[in-house]
Design a protein. Structure first.
Length: 176
């Protein structure tokens, strides 16, 4: 084995990314306080060619040096919109017939590996605040709630990890 050089990876240009067929997923960040988590979500969205990120509530928006530090330029490739509330974003998404999925531990949630992904659907995946998670009123407006199984002593994962885990699960199924 030999590590590949940057040139050998043949990564898309920003223009190439903009023109590429997107994975039919929108990431919705529900009042995320950490600028590093926001930047990480952008970088992961770029990796999986996600359609867009919706930044809601007090979630910071680009350009910001601390978002850029983690995003490494992904704020230029991934489209994003800001909504004053996550409920406003959900209302907008529902008008476009997008399936709303909150990522949260809740009564009636479905374990991620058991969730039946529909290749014909477009999804909005909502990730909640680092302390409070996804707000109950947001869960109430969601079509589904999925949960990442966790077997250790902690009851949550960092949002950047959750974004990566959930996107990978959706991506590998949608791209088959």
């Amino acid at each position: 084995m030999r590590k590949l050089s940057i040139d050998e990876l043949k990564r898309k240009t920003i223009e190439g990314f903009k023109q590429a067929k997107k994975t039919p997923i929108i990431i919705v960040l529900d009042n995320i306080r950490s600028l590093n988590n926001i930047g990480s979500a952008f970088r992961t969205a770029d990796a999986f060619i996600i359609e867009a990120i919706y930044l809601c509530g007090f979630t910071a928006c680009p350009p910001h040096k601390d978002i850029h530090k983690t995003a490494l330029g992904a704020t230029e490739s991934v489209d994003w919109k800001y909504f004053s509330t996550t409920l406003d974003a959900i209302s907008y998404l529902k008008q476009k017939n997008i399936t709303i999925v909150s990522v949260e531990q809740a009564e009636g949630s479905i374990f991620l590996e058991d969730f039946k992904i529909n290749r014909e659907a477009k999804y909005a995946l909502i990730f909640g605040n680092e302390v409070k998670g996804v707000e109950q009123k947001v869960i109430d407006e969601s079509d589904y709630c999925v949960e990442i199984p966790q077997l250790g002593t902690k009851h949550s994962l960092n949002i950047s990890v959750s974004v990566g885990v959930v996107l990978w699960e959706f991506f590998k199924y949608l791209k088959k």
